[in-house]
Design a protein around this ligand. Sequence first.
Ligand code: ADP
Ligand code: MG
Length: 509
Amino acid sequence: MSLTAGITPVGASNVGRPFPKLVSRPREIVAVRCSLNYGVAAILTKLQKDCATPLPVLRHVADAMAADMRAGIAVDGGSDLKMIPSYVDTLPTGNERGLFYALDLGGTNFRVLRLQLGGKAEGIIATKFEQVAIPPELMCGTSEELFDFIASALAKFVEEGGKFHLPLRRAREIGFAFSFPVRQTSINSGVLIKWTKGFAVSGTAGKDVVACLNAAMERVGLDMRVSALVNDAVATLAAARYWDEDVVVAVILGTGTNACYVERVDAIPKLSELTSTSGIMIVSTEWGAFTSCLPLTEFDREMDAESINPCEQIFEKTISGMYLGEIVRRVLVKMSEVGLFGGSLPEKLFMPFALRYFHREKLFMPFALSTPDMCAMQRDTSRDLEGVGSILYDVLGVNSDLCARRVTVDVCEAIAKRGGQLAGAGIVGILQKMEEDSRGLIFGKRRVVAVDGGLYEHYPQYRSYLQEAIVELLGSEISRNLVIQHSKDGSGIGAALIAAANCKYEHDS
Ligand code: ADP
Ligand code: MG
């Protein structure tokens, strides 16, 4: 498997493939000499030192992740990791039949999806997706406004049913992939603990989000039954499992991050009743809240202090797509104070004054630099880093010489490397915990970790650092049995598949 072959759509066979051999990042050696100003060099060196992830650091992180999982699953509040039982104990087998819907709310967009299942013989007969952007004002509006917007989009999607077939006397069933921390109370109910990933919607925390959705669906006259509430990690695991029974862990690396895994019910002490008949249950680690042993920098601390949730979601703020670009921007701001951009912000003589002022301020605007911008800069292999120069100018409003561009790429590299490697160490921590409980059942066999999310999908350097950390930590022998598989759009499909697997009707239609 090559570096990019980590992108394996759900369903594509990955059986028996060895773990990827790492290919070093192609990077043209720029022959032009570049004299680095002392102040900038000192900031870069300190940054690289503070966020370095040598093997001992990765090992500490993996061990701490395993220990925090154990403490969090023993008792509520036992560790930073909430270890939320999902109540999903019936995973899709491939026998499911019928028409199912899903709603996937996980970040800046939400997706609606329809799935026609034809059992073992026919598999997934037809699917239809639609992605809808959430207007920014709804991300900090009221709960009713947000859910009404979602229910209306869903109603419109259902109306355009087309060739999809729903048997008579059967209610429409929907799986709700809701990727925020929820205290689950059953397979189809759960109370929102708090919004994350930049959402600050009033009136939802402490409420059952299924009830919120049901009320909104009623208001728009949509007749539908929510048969499963899952987060995107749980849904991704289910989707990947539909095709491959070796899938045991799923990880989301997008705007935010989370991971879940298949646990034995008798190894979940805090689950008061043994509610599962299958003996297993997916547990959502909520690993975004992990904090132990992380190599943090002054820039992380400042970003955290100014965030809407200080001291929370530290792992998420270190490894997920919402934050990586912002960390880089903060480093560049500090470097600009000691002359990284030569003190010369662009003169836009033809611009009106107000616009010129705005343009010059872009570097100082929180979240002006996105993670996709950062990724694009790292992908620029041109001799004079022209692409980096354009992004610095267009996005941050600064002029740059070759030296400044090279430093910028080094900053991106440091932050992407730390993010990818820590995510890899987190995955190893989960596998380690599972292995300790069931010697030989994890590391001795082929096992699959399903990964989804825009960050993993579109950021090749990040992906390769993640894989590199896993190989370093597990060694080549064990890594050979491990497949890191991209499970594209798994959360929507998975939510529909869980709805199908937990459907109250017989799978005979
Ligand atoms: P969500 O997490 O909101 O459900 P996605 O899984 O699609 O959505 O992830 C979107 C996130 O992925 C973006 O917020 C961004 O951080 C990251 N991302 C998207 N495209 C790229 C890219 N080209 N390079 C790096 N990161 C990207
Ligand atoms: Mg998502």
